[in-house]
Each structure stands twice: as structure tokens, then as C-alpha cells.
Design a protein around this ligand. Structure first.
Ligand SMILES: Nc1ncnc2c1ncn2[C@@H]1O[C@H](COP(=O)(O)OP(=O)(O)OP(=O)(O)O)[C@@H](O)[C@H]1O
Ligand SMILES: [Mg+2]
Length: 254
């Protein structure tokens, strides 16, 4: 079942930078897809277009049967509840507790007033605790987020995305600020979530080896164009060089 279809997508920023040119691909339910490419290739732009943080210049995006390219605000809100976001810098509210940050993932389902007064149901609170337990953070629930390590913060970010009940998670460099151990913990959690819960996952990743290890499929982007779309097994060293251009030397470790 197709969950996402990207058709002839282009994005030109004000000032004339062409960040995406005629991008076409679709993602099926349950897939784990990594997008790789050098700095400035257009990876973040692509994710931002999918959840409509920015508007594409041309082309169409259909998510879960709904065209998001010219959607109204009410329908967009509904679409966004189905898309969980995970960021490099976690985007938590540092002065709030872990559990409050997780519950923020429910805000898309609430009225503004319910959100302001922090009105959550018992069911939502139980779900938040269950997710924290699953992610190994049960004992941290009442800690302020600024007291956590980077790896713990990212696990809070994951719990916040999951409490939305998303169909898709978009992860923009989720491990770029973490050391190798914490990175492995995060990637293992995200892979589990994909496999066990069947949540479709799209990752922007800088580390080719990580993308190869965890993904069902890799999309290689250079200068706003897709130049590889296939399995990790078929991604040759030559192709990696083509994707990364002059950055390639630093990335291939063997
Ligand atoms: N808000 C913006 N306004 C103007 N140009 C932008 C904006 N955001 C990104 N760009 C430009 O668009 C191109 C693609 O940027 P993007 O952030 O999507 O790349 P990226 O692949 O995510 O890079 P990185 O690996 O460094 O995160 C770059 O040339 C960038 O300078
Ligand atoms: Mg980026």
C-alpha cells in the first residue's frame, strides 16, 4: 500500500536557490527509507515539503490519499497528526519535564485552550508512561529535559512523536549530535518502532554506513536531484562517490 507519493517536486527558495528539481518517488507503508547526500543537497528541504513546513514551488505530494500541496489549514492539521517529526536538536521544551514534553505530542489533537491548560486524559498519560518505559526512560519522567543527556533527549523526542499515533515518522539527522553509542541506541529504537509497530520511516542521514545497516531502501540526492533509489546492497562505492562528490573521501571508512 502506497503511503506517500512525490510527483515532480521542485523547490526554489526566495533568492533563487533551487533546492529540489523534479523529484519523484513513492514510499509504501512499513518501509524504512534513508535519504543520503552531501550538505546542501536538499534533504531537509524535502522533509520540510512533506509535512508542509514549507511550500513546494512545483509538483505534488500525496500523503495517505490526501494531496498536501494545496490543502486547507484544517486538513493540514489532521495530516500533521499522522506525521511524527524527529529532529537533530530534539526540539524539546527544556524547562518542562520529560512527561510534559511527551504529552506535547498530543497537542495536534486538542483545542488551543486544552493545549494551554495542559488538559490530557488518563489514557494519554498512561500511553506517555508506557512509551517512556519502552524507551528506557521510566525513571526520568519527572526530570526537567535540560538535565538529560543527548541520547535521552532524543528518546523523549521519539516518545513525543509516537504518542501522536503517526503513520509516518520523518527524522532529520536524528543522530548527528550524538556519540556512536547513543546513536546506536537511537537507531535500534527507531528500527524497532518501524518493524514492530509498522510505522513508515524516512530518515535524513549523514552516515552512509548507518543508512546501509538499517534501511530497506536508500535514496541518494545530489544538488536537488535523486541519483540513486534502491536497496543498500545495490549501492556501489562508485555510486556513493557520485552522490557525495568531493565529500565522498571522508565518508567511506574501509
Ligand atoms: N530557508 C532557506 N532560504 C534560502 N535557501 C535555503 C533555505 N534553506 C535551505 N536553503 C538552501 O537550499 C539548499 C538545500 O538545503 P537543505 O537544507 O535542504 O540541504 P541538506 O541536504 O539538508 O543539507 P545538510 O546536510 O547540510 O543538512 C542549500 O543550498 C541551502 O543553502
Ligand atoms: Mg539538512
Amino acid at each position: 500500500m502506497e503511503l506517500l507519493n512525490i510527483n515532480r517536486l521542485s523547490k526554489e527558495y526566495k533568492g533563487g536557490t533551487k533546492a529540489l528539481s523534479n523529484v519523484n518517488f513513492s514510499v509504501n507503508e512499513g518501509e524504512f527509507v534513508s535519504i543520503i547526500g552531501p550538505s546542501g543537497a536538499g534533504k531537509s528541504t524535502l522533509l520540510r515539503c512533506i509535512n508542509k513546513m514549507i511550500d513546494a514551488t512545483d509538483g505534488e505530494i500525496v500523503f495517505d490519499g490526501v494531496s498536501v500541496t494545496d490543502i486547507n489549514r484544517k486538513d493540514l492539521r489532521k495530516v500533521r497528526t499522522k506525521i511524527g517529526m524527529i529532529f537533530q536538536h530534539y526540539n524539546l521544551v527544556d524547562r518542562l519535564s520529560v512527561i510534559e514534553n511527551v504529552l506535547h505530542g498530543r497537542l495536534g489533537y486538542k483545542t488551543t485552550l486544552e493545549g494551554i491548560i495542559g488538559k490530557y486524559t488518563e489514557k494519554e498519560k498512561k500511553k506517555a508512561f508506557d512509551l517512556l518505559k519502552k524507551l528506557g526512560l521510566k525513571d526520568q519522567a519527572y526530570k526537567r529535559c535540560d538535565q538529560l543527556s543527548g541520547g535521552q533527549k532524543q528518546r523523549v523526542g521519539i516518545a513525543r512523536a509516537l504518542i501522536q499515533n503517526p503513520k509516518l515518522v520523518l527524522c532529520d539527522e536524528p543522530i548527528a549530535s550524538l556519540d556512536p553509542n547513543a546513536s546506536k541506541v537511537i537507531m535500534d529504537h527507531l528500527k524497532n518502532i518501524n518493524v514492530e509497530m509498522g510505522i513508515t520511516s524516512i530518515f535524513n542521514l549523514h552516515q552512509v554506513d548507518v543508512a546501509m545497516k538499517y534501511s530497506d531502501r536508500i535514496i541518494g540526492v545530489n544538488s536537488g536531484e535523486i541519483i540513486y533509489d534502491g536497496t543498500p546492497d545495490n549501492l556501489s562505492e562508485e555510486k556513493i562517490h557520485e552522490i557525495y562528490g568531493s565529500e565522498a573521501g571522508e565518508l567511506i571508512t574501509e
